[in-house]
Design a binder for this molecule. Structure first.
Ligand code: SF4
Length: 283
């Protein structure tokens, strides 16, 4: 299967000292990028979805097996060379996402990165977006639902997260994500296999049938210790709430600090039978 060859300028291990580097797309790919959003994200004239052909299935299986022992940086380089400029990343600015963002700042800083801004995020999370801009020069685009929180709660007679968190996640995250990946063929996921039983089966490269995208999980084989080692060693910015007992951070109404000995995701949707917002499940 052919894929667009791309030329990147050389990068450095010193992210802070490097100006943002310009990607040179081949003519064929450049002609499909008809415009950019205010944050410089590509908007494609051709929004054709990637077809899940037998060849693609075989490629995904082959590359996933081959990359099983690769470093996260090698996995990301492969994903960028194979799919950019139709390779993207959604981040909630968690520690794993910050590590991937840190790596992409070196490997391919033009990668469009976005955050699903539900309107219910912690102020510390939104402030981290500003720190990313200062540190890396990367503008993480905020993707928002059509209705503000005030409008949404008004039309629903109050906060939907209290009565139907699945619907709230769908309407304020999943639907927005579907709209945000139009024209994209692959996305990076920050999941680790050891985070939960839901995530334990994640492939390095898989097919995300919910979003019709190739899903690349460069940190699937990393542990929490690996993530924090990179954050400490390379001074990657992180959400200060992690120092206040919040190992996993989502929207403020659905996140609490965890107690000593609790699972790292125990503070998400605590007290209700919900463990994922729906981004990483296939139902
Ligand atoms: S995490 Fe909570 S507030 Fe955020 S979208 Fe889901 S249900 Fe709504």
């Amino acid at each position: 299967m052919s894929h667009p060859a791309r030329a990147y300028s050389m990068n450095s291990t010193q992210v802070e000292s490097q100006p943002r580097l310009k990607v040179i797309y081949p003519d064929e790919t450049q002609s499909m990028v008809k415009a950019s959003t205010a944050n410089g994200q590509p908007v494609f004239s051709d929004n054709k979805q990637l077809e899940f052909t037998v060849e693609l299935q075989e490629e995904i299986k082959r590359e996933s097996e081959r990359l099983e022992t690769a470093t996260p940086q090698e996995i990301l380089r492969w994903a960028v060379e194979r799919f950019a400029p139709r390779f993207t990343m959604a981040t909630a600015f968690g520690p794993e996402g910050m590590c991937i963002l840190h790596m992409l700042a070196e490997i391919a800083p033009e990668t469009p990165i976005f955050n699903l801004d539900t309107g219910y995020q912690f102020k510390e999370t939104l402030e981290l977006r500003e720190r990313v801009r200062e540190r890396y020069g990367i503008e993480v685009e905020l993707k928002r639902p059509a209705l503000t929180v005030e409008q949404y709660e008004a039309v629903n007679g109050g906060p939907v997260y209290k009565t139907d968190p699945d619907r709230c996640c769908f309407e304020r995250k999943i639907r927005v994500l579907h709209e945000s990946v139009v024209g994209m063929h692959a996305w990076a996921s920050a999941i680790r296999r050891d985070q939960s039983s839901d995530r334990a089966k994640a492939a390095i490269v898989g097919w995300d049938k919910k979003f019709q995208l190739v899903k690349v999980s460069p940190l699937a084989n990393w542990t929490k210790k690996d993530v924090w080692k990179m954050i400490v060693d390379e001074q990657v910015p992180y959400n200060p709430l992690h120092d206040q007992g919040y190992p996993s951070i989502g929207c403020w109404p659905c996140t609490r600090a965890v107690l000593f000995g609790e699972d790292e995701r125990a503070g998400r949707w605590s007290g209700v039978a919900k463990t994922e917002c729906g981004l990483h499940t296939q139902d």
